[in-house]
Design a protein around this ligand. Structure first.
Ligand SMILES: *Cc1c(COP(=O)(O)O)cnc(C)c1O
Length: 370
């Protein structure tokens, strides 16, 4: 479901979805059913032991993962998945340098923080490393110049989420791929936010003719249950020996059940087709609103990972939206971001647009912009 209610009974259309985690809506029936089935059986099975529900989950993942990325590690959060992706790359290349990009966001644990651009998140925790370099997003020249033979991995979001909804260019991703092939480094696409149908393809990189060595996924994949995965090529996992990496809760039976439910919903409800079609309508409406208002610079993003770049921070606009029954969020400094669940209807979109139109108009009036 795409709605939530507060303690006073007010109803909200949720296009915040917990940073995209509720992309399958709240209380998705497929997810609930699978969790319920598992709940009474067993809740802890360490990875060292076989587990039916985990095997079934891996079979379901085969339906959505690219055929060359069928080695799956289960984790619990996006940041853990990123940590593991970087560990794999370092182990297999025997190098320590990592290339990331300006405005990137890859998580808040110390390893992922090192490749997260915004100093606000890093500085208080001394998360800085001379082994990490940040290049300009979409700069082909930078990739050609700075991805050298001492680089273990290039980590990149195909569509930047927290950083402001920039979309990778075809040439950029292709250059990352070809440059990494030349110098022998690992291409990591962080699809924690952009993956699982969010952009109108199963994985955002499938809009492009480029193949990564590793993807990370999380946020929405288990219908809101905390699950993340790393999916990697064969040559990356053969180097990892038993006991070198581990996780207590990763691959937990309840988490696997939630993931099975998530993928069932994803397939049965034709999530990819729906997002691909309906996001065009949403985009059209956003373009109309953008044209009407001087406060709006541009429409940003891809699929159901969209927003409006404003000339000011979206703080007041978000407040007005919330007062009028819409939950949305920000990206970067000035982007109003919308992460709708896949079942959002045309009438939801109509309402969403009229409230956004109103909120931006009000903010323009407040600021004396005409
Ligand atoms: C949210 C996000 C993460 C971190 O995920 P958590 O589950 O919050 O740890 C990593 N990468 C990207 C691209 C994200 O959007």
């Amino acid at each position: 479901m795409q709605y939530v209610w507060d303690d006073k009974g007010n109803k909200y259309l949720d296009v915040h979805t917990g940073h995209g985690a509720a992309f399958l809506g709240h209380s998705n029936p497929y997810v609930i059913e699978e969790i319920k089935k598992q709940l009474g059986k067993i809740m802890v099975t360490p990875l060292a032991f076989e587990s039916d529900v985990r095997d079934q989950c891996l079979e379901m993942l085969d339906k959505i993962l690219p055929p060359y990325l069928r080695n799956v590690f289960f984790q619990n959060s996006g940041t853990e998945a990123v940590e593991l992706a970087l560990k794999l790359a370092k182990k297999v290349t025997y190098r320590k340098k990592v290339v990331a990009f300006r405005n990137s966001f890859h998580g808040r644990t110390l390893g992922s923080l090192l490749v997260t651009w915004n100093p606000k998140y890093r500085k208080p925790f001394f998360a800085e490393s001379s082994d990490v370099i940040f290049l300009k997003y979409n700069s082909v020249d930078d990739v050609e110049k700075f991805v050298t033979e001492d680089v273990a991995a290039v980590i990149v979001e195909v569509v930047q989420g927290e950083g402001g909804l920039a979309v990778a260019s075809e040439e950029f991703l292709k250059t990352i791929r070809s440059r990494c092939d030349e110098v022998g480094c690992v291409v990591v696409f962080d699809e924690v936010q952009s993956g699982f149908g969010r952009t109108g393809k199963i994985w955002a990189h499938q809009h492009y003719n480029t193949k990564p060595d590793i993807i990370t996924a999380g946020k929405a994949i288990a219908g809101g249950f905390p699950v993340s995965i790393v999916a990697a090529r064969d040559w990356l996992v053969s180097e990892i020996e038993t006991g070198e990496h581990g996780t207590t809760h990763g691959g937990n039976p309840l988490a696997c059940a939630a993931l099975i439910g998530g993928i069932k919903a994803f397939i049965k409800d034709n999530v990819v087709e729906r997002v691909s079609e309906n996001s065009k309508v949403l985009r059209g409406k956003l373009e109309e609103v953008a044209k009407k208002h001087k406060l709006v610079r541009a429409v940003k993003g891809l699929g159901y990972m969209v927003g409006l770049e404003l000339r000011v921070p979206p703080t007041n606009v978000l407040k007005i939206l919330q007062e009028n029954g819409i939950l949305a969020l920000k990206a970067g400094l000035t982007v109003l971001r919308l992460l709708p669940p896949y079942m959002i209807t045309y009438s939801d979109m109509e309402r969403l647009m009229s409230v956004i139109d109103y909120a931006i108009g009000k903010e323009e009036a407040n600021r004396g912009i005409h």
